[in-house]
Design a protein around this ligand. Structure first.
Ligand code: SIN
Ligand code: CO
Length: 376
C-alpha cells in the first residue's frame, strides 16, 4: 500500500520507521478532508446523553472540564477559549467508521476509536501526553501543534485534566485541513485552535499490564478446574487453636501451584477481552426482524455488514464477536475471516447453512444487518 495517508510511505515502512518510535507529520494525508460530520451534527452528539463528551475551557492555567451531555449555551459561548471533545464518533457516523478503518494497516485489535474535537479560537486541552499512539487529522480550519519528547512529565497538581507543568516544545507546526500528525505514546503535545477548527484523533488501545493481568485472572476463574478437597490426615495438635498453621499454608500453596494456563487460554482470553463492547454500548435487536428466508434474500441483493459497534476478531481459527467465542465450521472460516477484515460481505455465497444461521442470529441480536448500515 502506498498512498497519501502515510505521505507516500508503505504501511511496512511506516511500521518499521515510525510506529511507536517517532512522530511523523504528513501534509495532505487526506486531500480535501474537512471532517466527517458538520458542526451542527457534532453539537447534537455533544448534547446527547448516550454520547461520551467533554467540554474543556481555560483561563490562563485554570482548566475546567464538564462531562456530557453538554448544554446548548456552552456550545455558543463567546469570550473564553473552549473546545468540546466527542468520543466514539465511528459509532454514530458511517463516514467516521470508514475513516477509522482506513487505519487498519494497524491490527483492529489495537484500534480504539475515532474522537473529534471542535474548538473556537485558542481552544485546546493544554500541553499533555497520552499513553497511546494517535493520528491527529485536521478537519476544518487550522491548529497549531507543538510537540516535545521531554522526559519531565510532571503535571499541574489538582487540575481536572493532565496538564504538563513545564512544556518545552521541540517542533511547532500549523496543520491545515487534511494534514495529519502521528505521535507515539508519551510524546508531549499541545494543540491550539487558530480560529474555529476540528481535529479527528484516531486512537489506539494500550492496556496496562496490570489491566491485562486482572482481566486474565477474571477469565481464568471461570475456566480453571482443580480437583481434590482439602485434607490433613497428618494433623497435629496446635498450641493455639486460632492460629492458621504453617502446614496448612504449605498445603494450600501446593494446591494453588497447580493453577496453570496454556497459550490457548491466552488466545481465548484476548479474543473475548478485545471484542468486549465498552460499558455504554448496547445492541438493539431489529424491531420487526426479517424471517430467515427474507434475510437470505436481502443479503443476496445487498450484502451483509457488521454494525459499527460490533467487534469481530479471530485467532488460530477461533472467532470472537462482542465478547463471546463462536464456533465457525472449518469450510467457512476463510469467508468469515474476510467478514472480520472488511466488515462486510458482498453476499453469502459459498457459506454452509450452519454459518448462514449464525449470521442470521447475529442479525437478530443487532450485531449486523443485511443492508448498508445500522447506525442511528
Ligand atoms: C484535541 O483534539 O484537542 C486533543 C487531541 C489530543 O491531544 O490527543
Ligand atoms: Co493528546
Amino acid at each position: 500500500m502506498t498512498n497519501t495517508l502515510l505521505g507516500g510511505l508503505t504501511a511496512e515502512e511506516f511500521l518499521s520507521e515510525y510506529w511507536q518510535k517517532k512522530p511523523l507529520l504528513i501534509r495532505q494525508a487526506v486531500p480535501g478532508f474537512t471532517g466527517v460530520a458538520s458542526k451542527v451534527e457534532l453539537f447534537e452528539l455533544a448534547r446527547d446523553p448516550d454520547v461520551e463528551s467533554r467540554y474543556v475551557t481555560h483561563h490562563d492555567n485554570n482548566w475546567q472540564v464538564t462531562h456530557g451531555p453538554q448544554k446548548a449555551a456552552d456550545l455558543k459561548r463567546k469570550g473564553q477559549p473552549w473546545t468540546v471533545l466527542i468520543q466514539g464518533l465511528n459509532l454514530f457516523c458511517p463516514d467516521g467508521d470508514a475513516l477509522l478503518h482506513r487505519f487498519d494497516f494497524i491490527p483492529q485489535a489495537r484500534l480504539d476509536d475515532l474522537m473529534v474535537s471542535y474548538a473556537v479560537d485558542g481552544g485546546g486541552v493544554g500541553p499533555h501526553f497520552d499513553n497511546y499512539d494517535v493520528f491527529l487529522l485536521q478537519g476544518i480550519g487550522q491548529r497549531r501543534w507543538q510537540i516535545s519528547n521531554q522526559e519531565d512529565r510532571g503535571l499541574i497538581e489538582d487540575a481536572p485534566l493532565k496538564i504538563l507543568q513545564d512544556f518545552r516544545p521541540v517542533h511547532d507546526w500549523v496543520l491545515e485541513s487534511g494534514d495529519m500528525l502521528y505521535l507515539p505514546p508519551h510524546w508531549a503535545h499541545n494543540g491550539i485552535a487558530m480560529g474555529e477548527c476540528t481535529t479527528y484523533s484516531i486512537g489506539f488501545r494500550s492496556p496496562t499490564t496490570q489491566e491485562l493481568a486482572q482481566q486474565f485472572l477474571i477469565y481464568l476463574q471461570d475456566t480453571i478446574q482443580l480437583d481434590g478437597i482439602y485434607a490433613d490426615p497428618d494433623l497435629e495438635r496446635q498450641n493455639h487453636s486460632a492460629e492458621i498453621g504453617e502446614r496448612m499454608i504449605d498445603r494450600v500453596a501446593d494446591s494453588l501451584s497447580r493453577i496453570t494456563w496454556s497459550r490457548e487460554d491466552v488466545r481465548r482470553f484476548l479474543g473475548a477481552y478485545l471484542t468486549e463492547p465498552k460499558a455504554h454500548i448496547y445492541f438493539d435487536s431489529p424491531d420487526d426482524p426479517l424471517e430467515h428466508e427474507e434475510f437470505v434474500a436481502a443479503c443476496r441483493d445487498q450484502g451483509y455488514r457488521l454494525d459499527a459497534r460490533s467487534l469481530l476478531l479471530f485467532s488460530g481459527g477461533q472467532f470472537f464477536i462482542n465478547g463471546e467465542a463462536v464456533a465457525v465450521p472449518d469450510e467457512d472460516k476463510e469467508i468469515i475471516a474476510a467478514l472480520a477484515d472488511h466488515r462486510h460481505l458482498e453476499n453469502l455465497s459459498g457459506l454452509s447453512e450452519e454459518t448462514i444461521a449464525l449470521l442470521y442470529d447475529w442479525y437478530c441480536c443487532g450485531f449486523s444487518s443485511p443492508s448498508g448500515s445500522l447506525m442511528p
